[in-house]
Design a binder for this molecule. Structure first.
Ligand code: UTP
Ligand code: MG
Length: 189
């Protein structure tokens, strides 16, 4: 029997930190480009490209994340909504983001692209010019499963104000994102 899920609506407080979570090839960058302005998105691949001239150069991963974290802190302290486009399948990777949101007093929201393994692998295989090694994707998928289903404390205990998990391409395509600017300040009245 087909699933009949209703359209998923995500309400984003402004400012907030939006953490995309998903294996390589799950569609994080596509999702970010569709729903957010380019300047709102901090992408680990983009920092690799800036530092090494190649968005796939893993040798600059540490430096890339150092810059991403630095810019994330600046943006959240400035009170602007920021999206982190990285796999974020490791608890430690998420922790590094959550701690910065907490310091800035900004809520963190997770959007999880939990698509079927077959779809992620097929998208990766079809990808040009860059495909990621399948073993890497299998590792990402396993880390994500563990974060969602355990064993271990899991995503729900990490401090996200909300977690939206998207399970299939239709659900991803139909997502509606609304921004909640919060109560009007006295100056706006
Ligand atoms: P992305 O490049 O968006 O994945 O899509 P990603 O999660 O950001 O991957 P990493 O972590 O940077 O490696 C991967 C492939 O899937 C296709 C894209 O065109 C791209 O070739 N795709 C993505 C679709 O065909 N449909 C979608 O809805 C999303
Ligand atoms: Mg990407």
């Amino acid at each position: 029997m087909p699933h009949h899920r209703s359209v998923v609506e995500i309400i984003l407080p402004e400012p907030s930190l939006v953490v995309l979570i998903g294996a390589a090839g799950s569609g994080k960058s596509t999702f970010a480009a569709r729903h957010f302005a380019p300047t709102e998105v901090l992408s680990s691949d983009r920092y690799r490209a800036i530092l090494a001239g190649d968005e796939a150069d893993q040798s600059v991963t540490k430096a890339a994340f150092a810059r991403l974290h630095r810019d994330l802190t600046s943006r959240l302290l400035a009170g602007v909504l920021t999206v982190v486009d990285a796999t974020n399948v490791e608890p430690s990777a998420r922790r590094a983001l959550l701690v910065r949101a907490r310091t800035a007093g900004v809520p963190a929201l997770a959007i999880v692209l939990d698509l079927p393994d077959t779809i992620v692998l097929a998208r990766n295989a079809a990808r040009r010019p860059r495909t990621v090694d399948e073993s890497v994707i299998h590792r990402h998928l396993a880390r994500l499963r563990r974060s969602l289903d355990g064993p271990g404390p899991g995503l729900g205990t990490e401090g996200f104000a909300a977690i939206t998990t998207l399970h299939d391409p239709t659900e991803v395509d139909q997502v509606v994102i609304r921004r909640d600017p919060g109560p009007l300040s006295p100056l706006d009245r």
